[in-house]
Ligand binder design. Structure first.
Ligand SMILES: [Zn+2]
Length: 532
């Protein structure tokens, strides 16, 4: 059934004669069910014309004081002429009005004067197919998608003009129409195109999908249509570094909210002029939201930094833990870039043994995202086969939220270390045994000299929960420590010129130094351990 009623007839007639497309006419008549919008454009147009002609006689008898047909049909033109003279009186500079009047005389109804073609060709199957070809060629793996569409900024201006016109015309018929009764262009576009996209790509449209297809429309007459707003509301159009034009959608909306109705009417024709051109497609872009991979790593080298070690632009060591892991992930996930994070970090010369250190990697804009647990296992194997400096375990896909577990309560966690210690004085077994009995030793650590360039100066209290010694020879022993996370172990051994108190040297009354340090365990129970 044709969705317009007798009440809509006058407005529909007016809009059609001024170059508005049938779908925009539906929108401004408040048609809020989807089916009529989905009809083929040509069919819609002829249905609409039939409706406007056929019921003309019946209409006359239904409306108490119908304006004579002749006048009514002329009205749109009168309106345009009236607007022209108003605009020229107001702002003679506006080329929009000159162009508009000429195009209205040519009665060029091809490109809709409100949607600039968005609800015409850009809703048709042919266009949707073109977009879908791009999506398929992009090489992304997806099982659903979210569609984002960006329209040229002046659509809001034209929409506003059409709304003022419709409101006024409805008022003349003692009918009221609220701004919210009009169907938004975006909504109508969605109703028409979502089923087409879904059908063409064979996946559902899902607002929560991580795969986003964005279509950006532009129009050559944006500046022409919008510049009067800048004259009235210069504050709304301040140049921004990352914007090519001051006429952004947000700025235009802001200005439209500020401008008074009568001022708008003086500056912009209601109904809007027919445009010279149709919208262009500025870009069709696909992007996939980040995915996250977590695991635990061991580091067996005393010559490998955790992250690339670069001083004054010069690389000090050729590799790093994060690169040895992430390079493989980048390739397999076909991602653009990555972000590495971990539960704490070790120095370049410190090994991480035991169960390893939890880490997580964010893969940005990945093209491949679906993996079986077998494939992830193989990926882990590949990483482990490629280097003897690191090993990875418990590699798995995780959610963004889960990464929080790794950082949660990091300060309260404990870590265990093994240190090889040298003393200047000769020692016997009995000289170190007392360390085994010390429990929950409180130490004060001033920010170590070696990290002062990147950490603020502070005194932190840390706890050495327990120690265990193993005598090696007269000048060496091994010390196993269980400490609060965040303890500087090297400084606890040598004292850092008295900045850490007490320290092994002061406790033993010797000069002590640390020759080797290993992290034996990081007590964070995330990510979950996997079989094998
Ligand atoms: Zn339209």
């Amino acid at each position: 059934m044709f969705p317009l009623t007798v009440e809509n007839k006058h407005v529909a007639q007016l809009l059609l004669s001024t170059g508005t497309c049938p779908r925009c006419i539906f929108r401004f008549c408040g048609v809020d069910f989807h089916a009529p919008y989905k009809l083929p454009y040509k069919e819609l147009l002829s249905e609409l014309q039939k409706f406007l002609e056929a019921e003309e006689d019946e209409l006359v008898s239904e409306i108490p004081n119908p304006p004579p047909k002749k006048i009514r049909l002329q009205e749109p033109e009168d309106q345009i002429d009236g607007m022209d003279s108003l605009s020229q009186n107001g702002e003679g500079k506006l080329s929009v009005t000159e162009d508009g009047s000429s195009s209205s005389k040519n009665s060029n109804l091809n490109v809709c004067n409100v949607c600039l073609g968005i609800l015409q060709d850009f809703c048709e199957k042919e266009f949707i197919k073109k977009v879908c070809q791009k999506v398929e060629a992009s090489g992304f793996e997806f099982t659903n998608l979210v569609l984002s569409v960006s329209f040229p900024p002046q659509l809001s201006v034209r929409e506003h003009a059409a709304w003022l016109l419709v409101k006024q015309e409805m008022g003349k018929q003692s009918l009221s129409l609220g701004r919210n009764d009009i169907v938004q262009l975006k909504e109508a576009y969605k109703w028409i195109t979502h089923p087409l996209f879904s059908e063409e790509l064979g996946v559902p449209i899902d607002g929560k999908s991580l795969f986003e297809v964005s279509v950006v429309f532009a129009h050559p007459e944006t500046v022409e249509d919008c510049h009067f707003l800048r004259a009235i509301c210069p504050d709304c159009f301040k140049p921004a570094k990352n914007k090519q034009s001051v006429f952004t959608r947000m700025a235009v909306m802001k200005a439209l909210n500020k401008i008074k109705e009568e001022d708008f009417r003086k500056q912009f024709p209601c109904p809007p002029n027919s445009p010279k051109a149709v919208c262009t497609v500025l870009e069709i872009e696909c992007a996939h939201g980040a995915v996250f991979v977590a695991g635990r790593y061991n580091k067996y080298s005393r010559n490998l930094p955790q992250t690339p070690w670069i001083i004054d632009g010069e690389r000090k060591l050729e590799s790093s833990v994060e690169e040895l892991i992430s390079d493989h992930l980048l390739k397999v996930f076909k991602a653009e870039s990555f972000n590495f994070s971990s539960s704490g970090r070790e120095d370049v010369d410190v090994r991480t043994l035991g169960n390893g250190r939890p880490f997580a990697i964010e893969l940005v804009n990945p093209h491949r995202v679906h993996f079986t647990s077998q494939e992830i296992k193989e990926l882990q194997q590949k990483i482990n086969n490629s280097s003897n400096k690191i090993q990875v375990r418990d590699l798995q896909l995780v959610t963004r939220e889960a990464i929080g577990h790794m950082k949660e309560g990091e300060e309260e966690k404990t870590k265990t270390y093994s240190a090889l210690i040298w003393t200047n004085k000769a020692i016997q077994r009995k000289d170190i045994e007392f360390l085994d009995d010390i429990k929950d030793l409180k130490i004060d650590q001033k920010t170590p000299l070696r990290v002062l360039h990147r950490r603020p100066l502070a005194v932190r209290t840390r706890i050495i929960h327990s120690m265990e010694t193993c005598y090696v020879d007269e000048h060496h022993f091994r010390l196993y420590l269980k400490t609060q996370a965040g303890t500087y172990i090297k400084e606890f051994v040598h004292g850092d010129f008295g900045r850490t108190k007490p320290n092994i040297g002061s406790l033993m009354d010797v000069t002590a130094d640390i020759l080797e340090l290993d992290v034996e365990s990081v007590d964070v129970d995330w990510p979950p351990a996997l079989d094998d």
